[in-house]
Ligand binder design. Sequence first.
Ligand SMILES: [Zn+2]
Length: 62
Amino acid sequence: MKYPICKHGDTRLGVVTITLERGDSTIVFRQVPGEMCENCGESFHSADITEALLRQAEMVVA
Ligand SMILES: [Zn+2]
């Protein structure tokens, strides 16, 4: 599929690094399954994964 932001590159499956900021804390998730754009290198992942990560982040920060 085409990457929706730059609309040039094709995406390919891989693992991505996601950084979430919660207040003063920054939480980094590595090796998250996602897709990466071959053109601009941007990565993205499904809403399900974002939600799961946010839930984990809440636990870490709380
Ligand atoms: Zn792109």
